[in-house]
Design a protein around this ligand. Structure first.
Ligand code: AMP
Ligand code: GLY
Length: 410
């Protein structure tokens, strides 16, 4: 089978790497890809959010499966177009992807499905925002209703800052603050059935100790030695299956990965957010531990045949990924700097590319998150040590990374 992956980040490099290792996969193609993905896939300079262009490319390649990485193409209806052309596609329809594209829609689906989540109000006017802030109290949580590339959420003790963010957004969701460690759980869905992958934890703030601005994610690890027994089963039963059923009932069945961002509160796991795609960088560690060949799993989702498949298997041991970010990420990352030391990374670790490009044979930075360095081992401590050892070999002028990734897993 030939597989086409849409996207260009660390997540897509991890997807392409796992697909290339699957004996059922003859060729991996990627659009647009990056300098690292070029080592495992054939790249195509096609705009990822252009439904007609992606569909044309899938036909040219003779793709037996299209896997859509980021949210923007999903919200733009790329999965709908690919499916209409008769090609199996892993990724929800534009309508179902509203679970990520609109926070208000996600809240409405969760309420209808009885899913445990923060109490919330959807607000259009400043007076409604002020009333909701006072109803829930500090810390205040204000979320832009629409896609905002990681910049839509403000969590603050400062009521004026919360009001200012709301005013800058237009429609917002104001919600109750959820206290507790965060977990990312990916459920693979075929429209009516869902199976879980192993949970991971992301580190979203830019700097050590969870300080600094929110980012797309600065590192992740799996498994979570501290996660309560039965967590996955509980979230599948309380959250994933009711959500999948509710979307099917509405005539917009969910095909793809449902990313459940959870806070483990004193009163149980509650949904912080849904995403319509794999998380980045959590995917880099989760796919490292996934033992079941990836292509068959994703194809079963696309074809609606996950029911007969059984739960995915994961390898023992752990994986930790540390993101190397460009100077001035997340504000306004500096691009075009040379990345050196990639070939010095030794056993037990490897480098996935996120924002990289080739410039006359040299790898240069081309985005905010440049590399995702993965370490593996029998436990989190060893995987973490190997990841940081590898990070030590990479040289990128002005770059920064967190030094406490996976410390909560020791
Ligand atoms: P999101 O963009 O929805 O991933 O939100 C970014 C981050 O804001 C989350 O990872 C949480 O750390 C934080 N956050 C969002 N909603 C809440 C909430 N209701 N309570 C506490 N933290 C939240
Ligand atoms: N790592 C967080 C996300 O992918 O949204």
């Amino acid at each position: 089978m030939r597989v086409l992956v849409i996207g260009s980040g660390g997540r897509e490099h991890a997807l392409c790497r796992s697909l290339a290792a699957d004996p059922e996969v003859a060729e991996v193609h990627c659009a647009p890809g990056n300098a690292g993905i070029a080592q495992v896939a054939t790249l195509h300079p096609v705009a990822p959010s252009d439904p007609a262009a992606v569909t044309r490319l899938a036909a040219e390649i003779g793709a037996g499966l299209v896997v859509i990485g980021p949210e923007a193409p999903l919200v733009a209806g790329v999965a709908d177009a690919v499916r209409r052309a008769g090609v199996p596609c892993f990724g929800p329809s534009a309508e179902a992807a509203r679970i990520e594209g609109s926070k208000a829609f996600a809240k409405e689906v969760m309420a209808a499905a009885g899913v445990p989540t923060a109490r919330s109000r959807t607000c259009d006017a400043p007076a409604e925002v002020a009333a909701a802030l006072d109803e829930f109290g500090a810390p205040y949580v204000v979320k832009d209703d629409g896609l905002a590339a990681g910049k839509g959420v403000v969590v603050t003790g400062d009521r004026d800052e919360a009001l200012r963010h709301a005013a800058a957004c237009g429609r917002v969701v104001v919600e109750e603050f959820l206290d507790g460690p965060e977990v990312s759980l990916f459920a693979l869905c075929d429209g009516s059935t869902a199976v879980p992958l192993q949970p991971a934890q992301d580190h979203k703030r830019a700097y050590d100790g969870d300080r600094g601005p929110n980012t797309g994610g600065m590192g992740a690890y799996t498994p979570l030695p501290w996660a309560p027994a039965g967590l996955v089963e509980q979230v599948m039963a309380e959250t994933v299956l009711p959500t999948v059923n509710e979307l099917a009932r509405r005539g917009t069945p969910y095909t793809g990965v449902l990313y459940v961002g959870l806070a483990l509160t004193k009163t149980g796991p509650k949904v912080i957010e849904f995403n319509a795609r794999f998380g980045d960088p959590e995917t880099q560690v989760v796919l490292d531990r996934l033992e079941t060949p990836l292509a068959g799993l994703l194809l079963a989702c696309a074809n609606g045949t996950l029911g007969g498949f059984g739960p995915p298997a994961h390898r023992d041991g752990a994986a930790v990924t540390v993101v190397i970010a460009a100077e001035n990420y997340p504000a306004d990352p500096v691009k075009g700097d040379v990345v050196e030391g990639l070939s010095e990374v030794g056993d037990g670790a490897y480098v996935l590319h996120a924002g990289t490009a080739l410039d006359g044979g040299r790898v240069v930075s081309s985005g905010g998150r440049v590399l995702s360095v993965v370490g593996t081992g029998p436990d989190v401590a060893v995987a973490r040590a190997r990841a940081y050892e590898a990070v030590g070999h990479i040289r990128l002028r002005g770059s920064h990374h967190r030094t406490d990734i996976a410390a909560s897993g020791l």
